[in-house]
Design a protein around this ligand. Structure first.
Ligand code: GLN
Length: 484
């Protein structure tokens, strides 16, 4: 059963081929057997999961089941889960048990999805390799000496090894798409504001957005149907109708205008990765799409802009972790200042501290104009580039990452090299657009992702474009060896 997609499992449940309890038990056993190799989970909740599964089976028996009732999933450990530890990958929150559910969690719970546990992640979602987690690095199921990407690396590895059919993630600057690319799965990031951020621990509030890591685009549509929509508890959540995303998947692509930003193919892109992307574009031509070159002239400013805006917002958001109200508190503080300093100094890891220091620096009185204000201006230029491109084309395509998965430890000494891994993904968050990464082939046995970017609220179109490709290719069906 584990090789089936979420949608296929939903059908199997609906057809009575399997019960949720059987399915849940099978995935729990798989996690027990495999996760020692990958470290994809921070917390597993087998007892609660089995209870939810039995409840789902009862719901189905009484005729009250929806498509997600009884399917097992996992949540990135950034989403607050009532009664279950929510660590955000940090020592700071190692002892934090949330008293409430994030809206994403609550909506999936109401839909009847069964939560198997909380997945590993970069500390406070800051990272591109899952090496900043306080719980240790996650290993890529395609090669355990390599990273799975980050920050949703635990969710990505868990789905890639089919320890769970689907998982939630968050994408502030690529953290769904980049790990999806490096682990050969489908990552989907909706438009900013499409999915509620309530109960999702804040990193950079103007960029953070929840989404999914799944085997297929159809699975992403199924999850998006459940989690999208207005939430009065998130002031940036958008009041706008939610279409039936699954219903839009099959539309013909004849005449679809695909734009390929030439800047995505500048130096820095691995040649083999470029060839995989070219082959995917050919596949789209065969499906009837017209592929043409477009330009995003300010793309080169996106990494520096992102690494000013995101740290600035994080330095403000993470001020709440002061040793008083949440999480870790140092031993025997001398006075209040000592309590703040040591709780934060001991509770946060080095990357989080680096971001907070960068953020407070760019926001400080003497430097605000030179850095933060300038970054807000370049952010606007980047957004305008995308809007101009969408005057000409329907979707943009390119590589998700410049190379396939890199080695564990390879980039940890040099934060700038690590940040450059985000060169194609950051811009999308700065603009607030929806985007996906889908498996498109391999280089030396390592998966390569195709990056799809849509205009605002064009999630349905994007999922349709991804789904049609997955109907004529089987990259998304490939699984690493040795996971049985
Ligand atoms: N790699 C980026 C960072 O480190 C993206 C993180 C994210 O999307 N959460 O900030």
């Amino acid at each position: 059963m584990f090789e089936k997609t979420l949608s296929e499992l939903a059908d199997a449940l609906a057809g009575g081929e399997v019960s949720s309890e059987e399915l849940t038990r099978a995935f729990i056993e798989r996690i027990d057997a495999l996760d020692g190799n990958y470290n994809a989970f921070i917390t597993t909740t087998p007892e609660e999961a089995l209870e939810q599964a039995r409840e789902a089976d009862r719901r189905r028996a009484s005729g009250d089941a929806g498509p997600l009732t009884g399917v097992p999933i996992a949540h990135k450990d950034i989403f607050c889960t009532r009664g279950v530890r929510t660590s955000c990958g940090s020592k700071m929150l190692d002892n934090f048990v949330s008293p409430y559910d994030a809206t994403v969690v609550a909506r999936l719970r109401e839909a009847g999805a069964v939560c198997l546990g909380k997945t590993n992640m970069d500390e406070f979602a800051m990272g591109s390799s899952n090496e900043t987690s306080w719980y240790g690095p996650v290993r890529n199921p395609w090669d355990t000496e390599r990273v799975p990407g980050g920050s949703s690396g635990g969710s990505a590895a868990a789905v890639a090894a089919r320890m769970v059919p689907a998982a939630t993630g968050t994408d502030t600057g690529g953290s769904i798409r980049q790990p999806a690319a490096l682990t050969g799965i489908t990552g989907f990031k909706p438009t900013y504001g499409r999915v509620s951020r309530y109960g999702m621990i804040a990193f950079a509030s103007s960029l953070d957005q929840a989404g999914s890591l799944t085997a297929s685009a159809e699975d992403a549509a199924l999850l998006l149907n459940a989690i999208a929509g207005f939430d009065p508890r998130d002031s940036t959540s958008v009041e706008r109708e939610v279409p039936d995303y699954r219903g839009e998947l099959d539309q013909d692509l004849k005449g679809l205008k695909v734009g390929v930003p030439s800047e995505f193919f500048d130096e820095g892109l691995d040649g083999e990765t470029a060839r995989v992307v070219e082959a995917a574009l050919d596949q789209y031509r065969e499906l009837g799409a017209e592929v043409r070159e477009v330009h995003l002239p300010h793309l080169g400013l996106s990494v520096p802009t992102y690494y000013v805006v995101a740290p600035a917002e994080c330095s403000s958001n993470l001020a709440r972790f002061d040793g008083v109200r949440f999480g870790y508190r140092c031993e025997d503080p001398r006075d209040l200042l000592d309590l703040y300093e040591r709780s934060r100094g001991e509770g946060f890891g080095p990357e989080v501290q680096r971001r907070i220091m960068t953020g407070t620096y760019v926001l400080s009185a003497g430097y605000y104009d030179a850095y933060y204000l300038k970054a807000q201006k370049t952010r606007k230029l980047i957004r305008d580039d995308f809007l101009a491109a969408f005057e000409e084309v329907d979707v943009l395509m390119g590589p998700t990452t410049p190379t396939p998965a890199f080695g564990i430890g390879e980039k940890t000494d040099d934060p700038i090299t690590m940040y450059l891994n985000d060169v194609y993904v950051n811009a999308v968050n700065l603009a607030g657009l929806p985007a996906a990464s889908i498996p498109a082939g391999f280089v030396n046995g390592l998966p390569v992702g195709l990056h799809l970017i849509g205009n605002f609220f064009e999630e349905g179109r994007l999922l349709n474009v991804a789904h049609r490709y997955q109907q004529v290719t089987d990259w998304h069906r490939r699984m690493p060896e040795n996971i049985e």
